[in-house]
Design a binder for this molecule. Sequence first.
Ligand code: SF4
Ligand code: SF4
Ligand code: SF4
Length: 310
Amino acid sequence: MAITRRELITTIAMTGGTAAVAVTVGTGTLHAETEGPRIPSAAVGLLYDATVCIGCKACVAACAEANGETPDTRGDSLHQAPTDLNDLTRNIIKLYKPTDGTPASFVKRQCMHCLDPACAAGCPFQALHKDLESGIVYWTADKCIGCRYCTITCPYHVPRFQWVGYNPRVTKCELCSHRLAQGLKPGCTSVCPTGAVIFGPRTVLLTEGKRRIKETPGRYYKDKVYGETDNGGTQSLYLSRVPFDDLGLPELGEESVPEKTLRWQRRFYQYFALPALLYAGLVQVIRKSVKGHVEEAHEHEKETGLRAQL
Ligand code: SF4
Ligand code: SF4
Ligand code: SF4
């Protein structure tokens, strides 16, 4: 059961904090799926092709504008030039520039809208959740208690926490759902001059990614669309000529992070049972041994007539 921030604060006030701990423990494990993540019926997403991105950052400015963010000019009062995702920046363009002469590449980073989001699995109050139809991963302000677990559990380091203000928020891309509701495209895809980032249904984007790979053999790293199966699958998909790992997209395998965690949890408890049984057996042996020694001592006392002096 989800609990709002207000309910939590009321609970803490009424119980002196102990109930809040119980609630946290009670809702801590949210992911119980075992058959792999399901693809939402109307899953939408982004396809970013790093090989055609020119690094103009029009998408960064459009993202800030579309989301009503104050342009991030900290560190440079004239230009909006954030170096990474932050509490004012949901979308960033980075440059991967190797020193060994191999090709450089831009990379666009925003939420991956994972099919099985670790941020949501790690959030004790379901402040982050995945919409079952569109698959967009949302953050809900009134459920967030500011624990920042989501910033740790996300394997792509996407959610960013606001460190100022009395009611801090978590910032991440929500696929411009407010624009989608108006029949508009996400801010970033509406301004990209080269079509490096496009929006659409995940199935269409995947088909488009595979079409590009087929039509230009040797152009793309491993002829692979990152996100088709990586980390259980994502709704932000990537094409690149350089290894995805170099662009901050780790090789996570096909199993999602929450699935992996669940498997390890099960294994831990499975193997924890054996030492527990051994321990219980050991306790029985010790108890029997002690009992035997006590009886033996009593027998000895009887035989020798030895008694404590009263
Ligand atoms: S990329 Fe991170 S924040 Fe986005 S859905 Fe996946 S786990 Fe959540
Ligand atoms: S979809 Fe919207 S919020 Fe997400 S990166 Fe693009 S412009 Fe930013
Ligand atoms: S607007 Fe398009 S080309 Fe320009 S940086 Fe963004 S993704 Fe790359």
